[in-house]
Unconditional design. Structure first.
Ligand SMILES: Cc1ncc(COP(=O)(O)O)c(C=O)c1O
Length: 429
């Protein structure tokens, strides 16, 4: 009999979710079923309260000052677009003729890089801060050196979706504060995995997905805007809010300024229960569980003879996993549970297919929407195949799952070694 499916693509979206998340989605869809908070009848009022409670839980979880400053978005990409384009649009409108400069890093996801490149030109330019070639670590000093008199915004990735490295965003944010520059944190991979505290970390804008580490449904996410900053960020969409309907211009108060149209109330109801799960469990417990899993996986890779880049003591490259290289920190405290591996001979898609078809282990092969991160690591392609195989952990993974992953990797390496290129396709049937 086939082993049960082992889902290790939690960096894309988490699975499974807590049962209460599905319960809340079903309850909203089948019992309330209406637009939240905009009509006078009881179901709509209850929907409004559910949305409000989700905002309250979110600010409690990440240390915001005001629930009204949580803006719900489609996902983290949508939140990043709102923050970046809203800041740039406001600057261009209020300081005509003056250039707008932004700073991001080579470890950023395409959800940052593509909006920046779409804006570049006609008075907008951005600087890419390079990262360490081994694990993608960013030096806050390099971020500071990239700031100019025209810099409006610095964007910092809290944890890499390729190497898992945790970046010193509190230091980056503190430097931005000294220079009077806004700091936008992309916590797509960290929220729900490591502590995030807006106040303690001096974060101005926080872009987050609801569906990854927070454990909410797909189609949820948000941008937290530090109170007062909404005056410096234009809206990207205008429309009905159910408030001030006598006016045909967008309200300027929060959160309505940025939330025209009907909410994804079904998703937000689920998200609220997901955040309640985290508030109940506590981020310290989630982090220590992930630390145990990471320790077990790193031990298994090292004991199997995998290599690590950058090199660390004890990683010999001698053993059944010798064809594998891990790209990223070898120490749990410096990382989250996102592990990118390359195989010396097999391309990532083949390696991932062997893991899926022969071992029922689901990982993600490719470039993970982070071309500059892969270029930094030397895995963007060229002489060798492009990308890596990424296994990403979630809160419901247990130690036996990690052993199964190590066994699956070991078997896949053996199977690929005993196969020539022509026979690779046979391996996959
Ligand atoms: C670092 C990072 N930022 C942003 C995103 C975009 O998130 P979403 O899928 O919610 O749009 C991702 C998604 O993988 C990510 O890893």
């Amino acid at each position: 009999m086939r082993d049960r499916r082992l889902y290790l693509d939690n960096a894309a979206t988490s699975f499974p979710k807590p049962a209460a998340v599905h319960g809340a989605v079903l309850d909203y869809a089948t019992r309330l079923g209406t637009t939240p908070g905009r009509a006078q009848y009881a179901e709509s009022r209850e929907g409004g309260r559910i949305i409000r409670r989700c905002r309250e839980r979110l600010v409690e979880f990440f240390g915001g000052d005001s629930p009204d400053h949580v803006v719900f978005t489609l996902n983290c990409t949508d939140a990043l677009n709102l923050a970046i384009k809203g800041v740039v649009g406001h600057r261009l409108r209020t300081r005509p003729g003056r250039p707008v400069h932004l700073v991001a890093t080579a470890m950023d996801h395409n959800s940052v890089l593509r909006p920046l490149n779409a804006l570049a030109g006609a008075g907008v330019e951005w600087t890419c801060v390079e990262a360490a070639s081994g694990d993608g670590h960013i030096d806050p000093g390099d971020v500071e050196r990239a700031i100019t008199a025209d810099t409006a915004l610095v964007i910092g990735n809290h944890a890499s979706n390729v190497t898992g490295v945790i970046q010193p965003i509190a230091e980056m944010a503190a430097l931005c504060k000294q220079h009077g520059v806004l700091f936008l944190a992309d916590v797509a991979q960290s929220l729900g995995h490591v502590p995030v505290d807006i106040r303690a970390m001096s974060i101005d804008l926080l872009a987050f997905p609801g569906h990854k580490g927070l454990l909410g449904p797909l189609g949820t996410g948000g941008l937290y805007i530090r109170p007062g900053l909404e005056e410096q960020i234009d809206s990207l969409r205008e429309g009905g809010t159910g408030t001030r309907s006598e006016a045909d211009t967008q309200p300027t108060f929060m959160p309505d300024k940025y939330e025209p149209g009907s909410h994804n109330a079904v998703g937000i109801a689920g998200l609220s229960e997901a955040v309640a799960y985290h508030l109940d469990r506590g981020i310290a417990d989630s982090r220590s569980h992930e630390m145990e899993l990471m320790t077990a996986l790193l031990d298994g890779l090292r004991a199997g003879g995998a290599r690590v880049h950058p090199h660390a003591d004890g990683w010999t490259g001698d053993g059944p996993l010798a064809d594998l290289t891990l790209h990223g920190p070898a120490t749990p405290r410096d990382r989250i549970g996102v592990f990118s591996l390359t195989h010396a001979h097999a391309d990532p898609a083949t390696f991932a297919a062997v893991l899926e078809l022969k071992h029922n282990i689901l990982v993600r092969a490719g470039l993970h929407c982070a071309p500059r991160a892969h270029r930094t690591l030397g895995t963007l392609g060229g002489p060798g195949p492009a990308g890596a195989v990424r296994a990403s952990l979630g809160p419901f993974i247990e130690i036996p799952d990690i052993h199964r992953l190590v066994d699956g990797l070991t078997a896949a390496c053996r199977e690929l070694r005993t196969t020539d290129a022509g026979a690779e396709s046979k391996l996959l049937v």
